[in-house]
Design a protein around this ligand. Structure first.
Ligand code: ZN
Length: 497
């Protein structure tokens, strides 16, 4: 009976979710308050738990349940069918990896992440290098096990965004380079941003973060904020979403935009439909669509003049001395200052995609063969000079700055740029349905979140990402919306012609 199989499958999914929940909490703990000395023990706990999960996911009876559900797809809840479908794909990715290698990889990943934290503080790439080499070698092998004939990097990109490949990204980054580099080159005079860098006490910034979470409509019963070196969002179902930020007392905009960015991720997770929330499909559909949400709120909304006008009175209340002689317009101009810089997460909207492009080119070469891990720092520095025109003073502010590679996330970076580009096309469609800017000027993001929930959030992973975004756009993806949006915005800001 198919109904019995579905019941059994639901029980299995609940058990799987419990393990994922436990491992997710451990990883959250590791990234927030865990004492460093606990590292090795936690690493072996991860090893044990991931082995249990590997056994569950790859068990022949799991495969049988999924096949049976797919064979009876017309009689089964579509959410369960979709779960089985995606699990079958995921299974194919994992099942080809020998178990010892998979377990060893999980342990190596945990170690690499811990070493990276220390290596970054010490600006010591050599300390991190052997760990990164292990992860790169393992991922290369895994991609080959899965698709022996495909270019390795294409297989990895496809893992984050189904259907994405180097051909698409080469075209995308070419468009970005050709349209945006000339705009960047025209910028000569910079606005005064000194007021952003006076003293902003952490305690006051925490109050400001709370306010921003309210503006985004994030319910504290289900979403909390913590503090980490590298801000991130994690979600254990839509009922427990956690974002983090990092406070710099001499740069108020750093945490401000981290909170809005991570808040955008959280908004997506929080608005998944209840019916699918506890299933594995009850999360964001892909990295690009997720980054589309976070960067949409961070930049297209958060760095717009109407948004600044809406929140500025409250900012002046929280930071009366610091913003005493500043207008909302001056603040708007300051947080949109565009200038080639070293750190991706603090880069402005205009130069941001170039930071991503450097990482994309390096990963592509690393995985398709003509670049070795040991040569990463030199190549990183060379490309920053070539594309952004700046000298990288040390690896802490260079190749060691991001946590992604330490976590084995290769092929993830392009999603940041692609997500930004999606956002520019998405808002053009949204503006046809709702009066976006009047609402933003009133500090009312609710109609926007509702529109996004209706079109994207509620579906979780029910749809394929590329097809879903084309449905949202009402047209195929076109990077021109993104390059047009940035060209117009920055031409006005900097009075370029
Ligand atoms: Zn993000």
């Amino acid at each position: 009976m198919i109904s019995e199989t579905v019941e059994k499958y639901r029980t299995y999914l609940e058990k799987l979710r419990a393990y994922e929940h436990a491992m997710g909490l451990m990883s959250y703990d590791m990234n927030t308050i865990m004492p460093k000395g606990a590292g090795p023990v936690v690493g072996s706990t991860f090893g044990v738990l991931s082995e249990v999960m590997y056994d569950m996911v790859t068990a022949p009876e799991t495969e049988e349940m999924q096949q049976e559900i797919l064979a009876h797809r017309d009689e089964v809840d579509p959410a369960i069918v979709r779960t089985a479908e995606l699990a079958t794909e995921e299974h194919a990715r994992i099942a080809c990896i020998p178990k010892e290698e998979y377990v060893q990889y999980t342990i190596d990943q945990t170690t690499a992440d811990q070493v990276w934290h220390e290596a970054k503080i010490k600006s010591d790439f050599e300390m991190f290098r052997p760990h990164l080499e292990k992860l790169v070698a393992a991922q290369k092998r895994f991609a080959k096990y899965y698709k022996p004939d495909a270019p390795v990097y294409d297989t990895m990109l496809d893992g984050y965004e189904k259907g994405l490949n180097t051909a698409t990204l080469d075209r995308f980054f070419k468009a970005v380079r050709e349209r945006l580099v000339p705009v960047i080159a025209k910028i000569k005079e910079q606005p005064d941003v000194g007021f952003l860098h006076t003293h902003y006490p952490t305690a006051d910034q925490r109050v400001f973060s709370d306010y921003l979470m309210d503006v985004l409509g994030l319910d504290r019963n289900y979403c909390v904020i913590g503090e980490t070196e590298h801000p991130f969002t994690t979600s254990f179902t839509k009922y427990d979403v956690r974002i983090t930020t990092h406070y710099h007392e001499d740069a108020v905009e750093a945490s401000m935009y981290s909170v809005i960015h991570e808040g955008g991720h959280a908004t997506y997770e929080r608005n998944i439909a209840d019916e699918i929330a506890k299933l594995p499909i009850g999360g964001g559909v892909s990295m690009s669509v997720h980054e589309c949400q976070s960067r949409f709120f961070e930049n297209i909304i958060g760095r717009s003049e109407p948004f600044i006008e809406a929140i500025f009175p409250k900012m002046q209340e929280i930071f009366p001395e610091q913003l005493k002689n500043v207008t909302a317009h001056e603040f708007y101009v300051a947080v949109n200052k565009a200038e080639p810089s070293l750190i991706r997460t603090e880069a402005d909207e205009l130069t941001y995609s170039l930071h991503v492009m450097v990482r994309y080119e390096l990963e592509k070469r690393l995985f398709n063969g003509d670049l070795e891990v040991k040569d990463l720092p030199a190549e990183w520095n060379r490309m920053y000079k070539e594309y952004l025109g700046i000298d990288v003073p040390d690896d802490r502010r260079g190749v060691l700055q991001d946590s992604h590679w330490a976590g084995g996330l290769f092929g993830y970076f392009p999603s940041y740029a692609l997500g930004s580009a999606y956002g520019a096309q998405m808002i053009k469609r949204m503006e046809q349905d709702i009066d976006v800017w009047t609402n933003v000027r009133e500090g009312n993001l609710k109609p926007i979140v509702e529109w996004l929930t209706d079109k994207i959030y509620r579906f979780g992973c029910m749809k394929e990402p590329v097809a879903m975004m084309e449905e949202v756009f009402g047209a195929p993806f076109d990077p021109t919306y993104y390059t047009d949006y940035l060209t117009k915005k920055y031409s006005e800001l900097y009075h370029l012609n």
